[in-house]
Design a protein around this ligand. Structure first.
Ligand SMILES: *Cc1c(COP(=O)(O)O)cnc(C)c1O
Length: 382
């Protein structure tokens, strides 16, 4: 079955009693037993919930994994997975990383004795140099946030396998519709489902998919033990959003390509970061994914242009998230990446002229007009 069909079918034919075409929300926290040692498979909702389970089976199938786990947020998913590591362990991590993940690693997990080295994962030699005897895992974002750099996921996962490291890929930007890291050799895929999978800026959720029985059992233990699980109503909302993922991703991508092309020609824009524009990134992306997604970043000519530009936008929202049907522009320096130290931000290229654009599914001409008008007003008002 094609992915488009699998997405639409989420939750269908799963409720034989009434034939409901979307799976109901089970609010019950406890499930009655007919006798000692007997169970319907549901005992207590933290361990398993029928609505959540339909979602978990769907994401596992979409990513080509063995088990899925739904968490209360993307950060909850990452924290749950990090429970696989112990005091003294070391991980190699994408340099250009989601700010919240960096904060979790550096401000919380270092206190538990886990250490991290941030590396440009495009350079496999640099990855090898960062390895230590106590290295136990590698954490990848591709394309990266916000500079849209592409990591060769197969190469990094192959290196991880040779060294016995666990490979974890944050697939939030691509979704399983465009990219399936488990097929490229990753052990674990995770998502902030708050973004494209939900798609409507109305549900906070995280998802984990594991490969192999042993790893699946270990993550199931952590999911139940930590307890940062997704509530049934949110699981239902997320499934509703996921049914239209294929359509949305196609429009996001068409619009992003059009906007990226427009910005690249614009006299007030200095540089556009979009994987299709960079030869090496484009080649790898074409091998490991079936598209470039709906995210891009761009640098304007001067930092003084940023405040009037953000004030002038009428169609595009100045807001801190991504992946929804509505277009959002984010200012990484003060928003998503504010917790990353200035020296690392500089090294990566997250400067005060950089804006990140989550291109929505509006008509592309309205987006282009809004940007053009705002860029010109910003130049006059700076
Ligand atoms: C938003 C985001 C997260 C965190 O997810 P939440 O759902 O906000 O907790 C993690 N990784 C990436 C790439 C993100 O964009």
């Amino acid at each position: 079955m094609y992915r488009e069909t699998k997405l639409v079918q989420i939750g269908k034919s799963k409720e034989p009693v009434t034939g409901a075409v979307n799976f109901p929300v089970y609010y019950a926290t406890a499930y009655q037993h007919t006798g000692l040692g007997e169970s319907t498979g549901y005992d207590y909702t933290r361990t398993a919930n029928p609505t959540r389970r339909v979602l978990e089976e769907a994401i596992a199938e979409l990513e080509g994994g063995d088990a899925g786990f739904a968490c209360s947020s993307g950060m909850a998913a990452i924290k749950t997975v990090m429970g696989l590591f112990s005091q003294g362990d070391h991980l190699i991590v994408s340099l250009d990383l989601y700010g919240g993940t960096y904060r979790l690693f550096e401000e919380l997990l270092t206190r538990y004795g886990i250490s991290f080295t941030y590396v440009d994962l495009r350079d496999i030699e640099e990855v090898k140099r960062a390895a230590r005897p106590e290295t136990k895992g590698i954490f990848v974002e591709s394309p990266t946030n916000p500079l849209m750099r592409v990591t060769d996921i197969s190469a990094v996962c192959a290196l991880a396998r040779t060294n016995g490291w666990l490979s974890i890929v944050d697939n939030t930007f691509m979704t399983p519709y465009l990219q399936r890291p488990l097929e490229s050799g990753a052990d674990i895929v995770l998502h902030s489902a708050t973004k494209y999978l939900g798609g409507h800026n109305d549900v906070l959720a995280g998802l984990i998919v594991t490969r192999g029985q042993d790893l699946s059992e270990r993550v199931a233990f952590l999911h139940n033990t930590i307890g940062a699980v997704l509530g049934p109503q949110d699981a239902w909302l997320l499934m509703r959003g996921m049914k239209t993922l294929a359509l949305r991703m196609e429009r996001h991508e068409e619009n992003a390509a059009a906007v990226a092309g427009f910005l690249q020609e614009h006299p007030l824009v200095e540089e556009v970061f979009y994987p299709a524009f960079h030869e090496r990134d484009r080649e790898i992306q074409e091998q490991q994914a079936s598209g470039f997604g709906g995210m891009l970043s761009f640098r304007v000519k001067s930092p003084e242009m940023v405040p009037p530009l953000l004030r002038s936008l009428q169609v595009i929202a100045f807001a801190e998230s991504l992946g929804g049907v509505e277009s959002f522009i984010t200012y990484p320096v003060t928003q998503t990446h504010a917790d990353i130290p200035e020296e690392i931000r500089k090294q990566v290229g997250v400067c005060d002229r950089l804006l990140r654009f989550s291109v929505g599914i509006e008509h592309r001409e309205d987006l282009i007009r809004d940007l053009d008008r705002s860029l010109h007003l910003a130049q006059q008002q700076q």
